[in-house]
Design a protein around this ligand. Structure first.
Ligand SMILES: *Cc1c(COP(=O)(O)O)cnc(C)c1O
Length: 226
């Protein structure tokens, strides 16, 4: 087994263990292998080891790598999407984790209509309120939600967040718990079904799974430092 294969197996076993520990009976959370800044060869190695979902955060970089790699790969976009990149990004990705404003959502909706696409998206929430982070503040989401739901091209499947950086994964727990609560609240208030919660990275994915993550985005712990 290659080192990369071993690392992947280890992450998958930790995902399963956290899911079990939490007493969850739903499907196992899916692993998004965050391959930003990693070369195509390494991504292929992970694919050969059985990994199917990869996350990229820059459109140009993804545009260069995707054609070199197997067409069976499911590409997820996880970075901040600039409006002028939407047209290029839409055909490349099967899920956008990081729709972080109403303006961006409107741009995606308009361009998706032009391209005949119905993109699947998550809404990025800035739970912790750090000014350096993108995303809807929870109270802003409440205000924008009806407008977002009026964008007929968007298939809104859930919420995403990033916890503040910390050495201690427990610091992230209240952030993940808040995202989960927010999801329950808007599901109830708007009679929506938002099945996906994208939360947790290399340092805190187990805590995220204990708090209900359905997608975890792990880079460094699989591929090493970028
Ligand atoms: C880079 C990145 C990750 C992965 O971070 P690691 O600490 O390397 O696991 C996850 N989510 C987003 C949004 C990222 O930009």
């Amino acid at each position: 087994m290659s080192l990369l294969e071993e690392k992947l197996e280890f992450i998958l076993s930790r995902i399963a263990a956290a899911h079990q520990r939490a007493g969850r009976t739903d499907n196992l959370p899916r692993l998004v292998a965050v391959s930003k800044k990693q070369p195509a060869e390494l991504i292929r190695e992970a694919w050969d080891a059985g990994q199917t979902i990869f996350g990229e955060s820059r459109v140009q970089e993804a545009q260069a790598k995707i054609p070199q790699l197997p067409s069976g790969i499911e590409w997820h976009f996880i970075g901040h999407l600039q409006s002028n990149k939407v047209r290029k990004a839409l055909p490349l990705f099967s899920l956008f984790h990081s729709v972080d404003s109403l303006d961006l959502a409107r741009d995606i909706d308009r361009i998706a209509a032009e391209l005949g696409l119905f993109p699947k998206v998550l809404l990025e929430i800035n739970v912790s309120g750090e000014s350096t982070k993108f995303g809807f503040r929870p109270e802003q989401l409440e205000r924008d939600l009806e407008d977002l739901l009026g964008l007929n091209r968007l298939e809104i499947l859930g919420l995403m967040t990033m916890a503040p950086f910390s050495e201690d994964p427990e610091t992230a727990r209240p952030v993940f718990a808040s995202l989960h609560k927010l999801r329950e609240k808007i599901q109830d208030n708007h009679r929506l079904n938002l099945p996906e919660l994208s939360m947790g990275m290399s340092g805190d994915f187990e805590v995220a799974i204990e708090e209900g993550a359905t997608l975890v985005r792990v880079g460094t712990a699989i591929f090493g430092e970028r």
